[in-house]
Ligand binder design. Structure first.
Ligand SMILES: Cc1cc2nc3c(=O)[nH]c(=O)nc-3n(C[C@H](O)[C@H](O)[C@H](O)COP(=O)(O)O)c2cc1C
Length: 275
C-alpha cells in the first residue's frame, strides 16, 4: 500500500505534466491551417502564448534593443510649462468622456498641451535606473514615441514636434501647416484638421519585441489604448474635446512624422481641440 502511494507520488506529477504538454502541443498545432486563417486571425494565433511556445522562445534569437529614448540631435528642446493642473475628480472625467469631433477656433494653451503630453507619457517615478511613466508598459519597455502635429497652440508655431520625455519638452521635427496633409492621411476625417493638435502615437516595436518577441506586438497595441485613454480623460478634465483615430493611411502618417514604418510606425492618433 505504501509503495503504491509512493509510486503515485512520483508518477502522478509526471503524468500531469505529460497531459499538459500534450494538450499544449495539440492546441498549438491548431485545427485550422494557416491558409484557412485571415491575416488578423494568424496574427492572433501566432502571438498566442503557450507553455511550449514560451519554452521555445528562450532559445530564439531576440532583436537588438533600441535605445529607450529617441532624440533629435541638434534640435533645440522647447520647454513645456510644468504640468501642475488639478482638474476634475477622476469619476467625473470618466463619466464625462466622449469622442468629440467638433472644436472651436480658439487656440489651446501650451499649459494644456503640456498637461496632455504628461498624461500620455510623462515621467512619474523611478525604479533603479528606469524611469516610469503615466501609462503602463509591458516590462517597462515603453515602445511609444509621441509626435504632436500643432495646428493652433498659443505661442507655438505650427509644425510637427517630437515629445522629449526626459526633458518634458518638444523638439521641432518639421515646421509648417499640416492641416490638409493630416486630414488627407486620415481618410478626410475633417476633425484632424479642425483640432488644435493631433497626437501621433508611434511605436518602436523592437523595444518591446526585444523582451517579448512576437507577443510583444500585442503589448504595443494594448499600450496604445492605455495612452489614448489617459489623453481622453485629461482632455475632459481640461475642458477640451478629443477623439481617438485608428483609421488612417499608415504610409502617409509615417511619412508625415518622418519614420520608416518598419522599425517605427504610427499606431494610433488622437485629435484634441478647444470647445
Ligand atoms: C480603436 C479605435 C479606433 C477609432 N477610430 C476612430 C476613427 O478613425 N474616427 C473616429 O471618428 N472615431 C474613432 N474612434 C472613436 C469611436 O468611434 C468612439 O469611441 C465610439 O463611437 C464610441 O463613442 P465614445 O468614444 O464617445 O464613447 C475609435 C475608437 C477606437 C477605440
Amino acid at each position: 500500500m505504501r509503495s503504491l502511494r509512493k509510486m503515485l507520488l512520483y508518477i502522478l506529477p509526471v503524468f500531469l505534466l505529460a497531459v499538459v504538454l500534450l494538450s499544449q502541443t495539440l492546441c498549438g498545432s491548431g485545427k485550422r491551417s494557416d491558409e484557412d486563417r485571415s491575416i488578423g486571425e494568424r496574427f492572433h494565433h501566432e502571438t498566442s502564448l503557450t507553455w511550449l511556445g514560451a519554452l521555445g522562445d528562450a532559445f530564439r534569437g531576440k532583436p537588438e534593443e533600441p535605445p529607450q529614448y529617441k532624440t533629435y540631435p541638434g534640435a533645440e528642446i522647447i520647454e513645456l510649462p510644468e504640468p501642475v493642473y488639478r482638474g476634475l475628480v477622476l469619476e467625473e472625467a470618466i463619466a464625462g468622456r466622449r469622442s468629440v469631433r467638433n472644436y472651436s477656433t480658439n487656440a489651446m494653451t501650451s499649459l494644456q498641451l503640456s498637461q496632455l503630453l504628461f498624461a500620455a507619457q510623462g515621467i512619474t517615478g523611478k525604479t533603479y535606473d528606469q524611469y516610469l511613466r503615466t501609462a503602463p508598459s509591458a516590462g517597462a519597455t515603453y515602445p511609444f514615441e509621441i509626435y504632436v502635429v500643432v495646428h493652433n497652440v498659443e505661442n507655438l508655431p505650427q509644425g510637427i514636434y517630437h515629445y522629449a520625455v526626459l526633458e518634458h519638452g518638444l523638439a521641432l521635427v518639421r515646421s509648417g501647416d499640416f492641416r490638409d496633409e493630416i486630414t488627407g492621411a486620415g481618410l478626410d476625417q475633417e476633425m484632424l484638421g479642425d483640432a488644435d493638435v493631433v497626437l501621433v502615437m508611434s511605436a518602436i516595436f523592437n523595444r518591446t519585441r526585444h523582451t517579448y518577441l512576437e507577443r510583444g506586438f500585442r503589448y504595443v497595441y494594448i499600450e496604445a489604448g492605455h495612452i489614448s485613454q489617459n489623453l481622453y480623460l485629461e482632455a475632459v478634465s481640461l475642458g477640451l474635446g478629443s477623439v481617438a483615430v485608428g483609421a488612417f493611411l499608415d504610409e502617409k502618417i509615417n511619412e508625415l512624422i518622418g519614420v520608416d514604418g518598419h522599425n517605427e510606425a504610427a499606431v494610433y492618433l488622437q485629435a484634441v481641440g478647444t470647445l
